[in-house]
Design a protein around this ligand. Structure first.
Ligand code: SAM
Length: 296
């Protein structure tokens, strides 16, 4: 008897089945589409145009493996090993936090305060993948960027990303505890330190809690430990920000009020403002040492 030929799933059926297996994701269809694209190397337009075309055996196997990883909670960015930030591609591994779209509000707030043609020196505290400092260097094309992180693996990734983006001749990266490795003064200092309170741990989704680095997330009982450490280091090492410099911190809505107060106490000469994103959500603070007051 001749062997029965296997009935292959179409691309459209695979997409629907994949989404159905990802019910615990907040975006099952999107995740399934991204994973199907990765397994088949077919772009969105072709996926739609050829939704009745059969999936090849190797592509089906790949897709099922990717969906199984996502179904266990692994974030899409770690599965693919990349994430876009500020329209730039970043290599991502589980050693670094996945860049969040929300953090783009920090870049926007800096661009609202400084002209792009200035040759600024920029420092990123807790650089992770290097997304913030690379985004800044891509905008301030005469600028020079330094990234610091306590994680050696993260610094390797940040360096690799700067190299891939053609920014390595304008950047340096170092491993260390916040300001400890830093010498000289900077025009812009950006920091997205950990700010999740230990008490919020149980509210985090599995994607974050089980997969992202602990040291990128948690900052003590009130989520303020790393802000306190950074501000104490600034107080102990005056002169790290130029007289007309700018310091920008990302913060959670729960931390913004206390952080504003702490920054005002540490930098009495600075004009301290809360940064809000396009939806009006508070996402950080900016301490501007230039006197002209700008609105977010
Ligand atoms: C919230 S993540 C931000 C990563 C990246 N800047 C971003 O926005 O995606 C915080 C980063 O701070 C780093 N970090 C934590 N404690 C640190 C310390 N004491 N000194 C330097 N970096 C630290 C973590 O390793 C992590 O990469």
């Amino acid at each position: 008897m001749a062997p029965k030929s296997k009935i292959r799933r179409t691309l459209g059926e695979a997409l629907r089945d994949g989404a159905a297996r990802l019910k615990t994701s907040s975006s099952p269809l999107l995740d399934a589409r991204i994973l199907l694209r990765a397994a088949t190397q077919i772009d969105d337009a072709e996926l739609i145009a050829r939704s009745d075309a059969p999936l090849s055996d190797p592509d089906e196997l790949d897709f099922d493996r990717l969906v199984a990883r996502r179904a266990r909670g692994e974030p899409v960015a770690y599965i693919l090993g990349e994430k876009e930030f500020w329209s730039l591609p970043f290599k991502i591994t589980p050693d670094v936090l996945i860049p969040r779209d929300d953090s783009e509000c920090l870049i926007e707030s800096i661009l609202a305060r400084r002209p792009r043609d200035e040759a600024l020196t920029m420092l990123d505290l807790g650089a992770g993948s290097g997304c913030l400092i690379c985004a800044l260097m891509s905008e301030f094309q005469k600028g020079y960027g330094v990234g610091i992180d306590q994680s050696e693996s993260a610094i390797k990734i940040a360096r690799m990303n700067a190299e891939t983006l053609g920014l390595c001749n304008r950047s340096a990266f170092a491993v260390g505890n916040w300001l400890a490795p830093v010498g000289g003064a900077f025009d812009i200092i950006i920091a997205n330190p950990p700010y999740i309170a230990d008490t919020e741990r149980s509210a985090l989704p599995v994607d974050v809690l089980d997969f992202e680095p602990e040291r990128a997330l948690f900052a003590g009982v009130d989520g303020m430990d790393d802000y306190r450490a950074i501000l104490a280091a600034f107080a102990a090492t005056p002169g790290l920000i130029h007289g007309d410099g700018l310091l920008v911190f990302e913060a959670g809505e729960r931390q913004v009020g206390r952080l504003t107060q702490m920054v005002k106490e540490t930098f009495q000469a600075a004009n301290v403002a809360v940064i809000a994103d396009l939806k009006g959500r508070q996402c950080g603070i900016a301490a501007d040492f230039r006197l002209i007051k700008k609105r977010d």
